[in-house]
Design a protein. Structure first.
Length: 94
């Protein structure tokens, strides 16, 4: 197999962003892989999650703790999604 761009993965990332911006945690959580190989990487050096459960627990807390002003700041527009796949492995960077 060869690495190729993945419009499907880009679409999932886009839906994640839309669900988060809409404060729709239910939809957001359903977009996250339940694979034991899931890894989440945040924007802070200490933000790394080795499971979907751990990632979703912190995202749930974040979604509940954000004030309206914080939420507006968290809705950064994603201008670029680089999404790829190689066989049954896929990844994206925004």
């Amino acid at each position: 197999m060869a690495v190729r761009e993945s419009p499907e993965i880009a679409s999932v990332i886009r839906r994640l962003g839309e669900a988060w911006a809409a404060r729709d945690y239910e939809t957001y959580s359903h977009q996250i892989s339940t694979s034991p190989h899931f890894r989440g990487i945040g924007t802070d050096a200490d933000e790394f999650w080795a499971s979907a459960d751990a990632f979703l627990r912190i995202r749930r807390v974040q979604s509940e703790e954000l004030t309206a002003q914080d939420w507006a700041r968290s809705e950064a527009t994603v201008d670029r999604i680089d999404a790829f796949e190689d066989g049954n492995v896929g990844w994206a960077v925004t």
